[in-house]
Every structure is written in structure tokens, then in C-alpha cells.
Ligand binder design. Structure first.
Ligand SMILES: CC(C)(COP(=O)(O)OP(=O)(O)OC[C@H]1O[C@@H](n2cnc3c(N)ncnc32)[C@H](O)[C@@H]1OP(=O)(O)O)[C@@H](O)C(=O)NCCC(=O)NCCS
Length: 193
């Protein structure tokens, strides 16, 4: 049975979700320019990334439908986190299963991710030990490739983020190269406090 947004449940990512997350990423790596990865991740790569997100006290959220299939996921990671001056800034990732786009799942995931980042103390299921004031998340970045074959020549995604309160703050031209095409990236930013 095909799940709809109304039967959807959002959950903290668990180890059992890793294979399905990997399969979603494999689809986007092999078939689209929205990620600049050229080689799909292994399950170990996805597992380590999930652990790194939790270690940073950030949320990793999955959307599951009937029979617990993963229909989408979102998470935040520290932006340039090796440099501590960036500690209040995170970058988000958001992917829906290719058979389950444009059903409201991405909107629910992104809304929840922002709510959790803004008030982690209200969501212990996603962040068991919130960050202190010294490294509390303030800025959320969405860094997107412009897939000109996509929705509104790739700018539908930019407008989707704007509808969630993000402001477009940057545009790099032809910085990506995949499938014999030069690809732009656009940067959006949401200030939480
Ligand atoms: C981008 C993405 C997360 C959006 O999630 P989604 O579940 O498909 O989108 P939703 O159904 O929540 O729709 C949100 C809005 O975008 C519109 N929309 C979404 N996909 C659309 C499409 N292909 N064409 C036209 N409009 C679309 C919806 O109509 C909706 O608008 P509304 O709220 O004004 O009605 C999802 O399509 C996806 O995973 N895409 C591929 C991966 C990707 O690009 N990730 C972002 C990397 S930066």
C-alpha cells in the first residue's frame, strides 16, 4: 500500500533505517546532480554519518510509512565544524524516497527539523542532551545544487526553502561537474534566534 503524508510517522533515525537511507542516497547519486557525490555511500558510510550527527547533539529524523519503509530523512551537521568559530552554524540535508516526492513529506521533515533545532529541549527523542548556550544552533544553511532539469529549472527547491523562512544569500556558478554538465550551487540561510 502506498503511504501518504497522513499515515506518515516521524522518528529518530535508528540503525535499522540505515540500509533504506543508503538506497535513497544511491538513487540520487547515480541519477541526479542534486548531490555532487559520484559514488554511492556504503552502509558503513551512512552509519558513521548518523553517529557523527548524534555525537554533535544534532537531530537525524526519518519519515516512515506503512511497514516501516523509510520515505524520507533529514538531519543537520556542523558547518565547517573543524573551525570552532562556526559552532553555532549547521547545514541541513533532506531527501525523500524518489517514489514519494511531492506528497508533503519533505515539508513535514523540514518543519520538524527546524522546530527541533530551535528548541531541542522540547524534543528529547531527537536530541537527548541539548547543546549549551555556548554552542547552541543559531544559523541553519541549505546548500543546494541547481538541477536545471528539475522542478522550475531547479529553482523550485530554492522557493521551497524560502517558503520555510530561509533567505537566499549566495550563488556559485558552475562549481560542480557531473554527467557532462556544469552545475551552480545556491546557499540559503535561516536564523533561529
Ligand atoms: C526537495 C524535497 C525534499 C521536497 O520534499 P517533497 O516531499 O517532495 O515536497 P512537498 O510535497 O513537501 O512539497 C513542498 C512544496 O513544494 C512543491 N513541490 C515539491 N516537489 C515539487 C515538484 N516536483 N514540482 C512542483 N512542485 C513541487 C509542493 O507543491 C509544495 O508546495 P506547497 O507547500 O506550496 O503546496 C524532495 O522533493 C526531494 O527529496 N527531492 C530530491 C532531493 C533533494 O533535492 N533534496 C534537497 C537537497 S538540498
Amino acid at each position: 500500500m502506498i503511504s501518504t503524508a497522513s499515515t506518515l510517522r516521524l522518528l529518530p533515525c535508528a540503525e535499522e533505517h540505515i540500509p533504506r537511507i543508503r538506497a535513497i542516497l544511491e538513487h540520487y547519486v547515480l541519477n541526479t546532480v542534486i548531490t555532487f557525490s559520484l559514488v554511492p555511500p556504503t552502509e558503513e558510510d551512512v552509519f558513521q554519518n548518523w553517529k557523527a550527527v548524534l555525537d554533535q547533539r544534532l537531530p537525524f529524523i526519518v519519515a516512515v510509512g506503512d511497514e516501516d519503509q523509510v520515505l524520507g530523512f533529514t538531519y543537520a551537521t556542523g558547518f565547517r565544524s573543524a573551525r570552532k568559530g562556526y559552532r553555532h552554524t549547521v547545514e541541513l540535508s533532506l531527501f525523500c524516497h524518489p517514489d514519494h516526492t511531492a506528497k508533503g513529506i519533505g515539508r513535514r521533515l523540514l518543519t520538524t527539523l527546524i522546530d527541533v533545532l530551535r528548541s531541542p529541549e522540547k524534543f528529547p527523542e531527537y536530541v537527548d542532551k541539548p547543546r549549551s548556550d555556548d554552542d547552541k544552533v543559531r544559523m541553519v544553511l541549505a546548500c543546494m545544487a541547481v538541477d536545471e532539469s528539475g522542478w522550475e529549472n531547479g529553482l523550485g527547491l530554492r522557493d521551497f526553502y524560502v517558503s520555510h523562512g530561509f533567505e537566499e544569500v549566495g550563488h556559485l556558478k558552475r562549481v560542480g561537474h557531473k554527467f557532462d554538465t556544469w552545475i551552480d550551487t545556491r546557499y540559503l540561510q535561516l536564523c533561529l534566534w
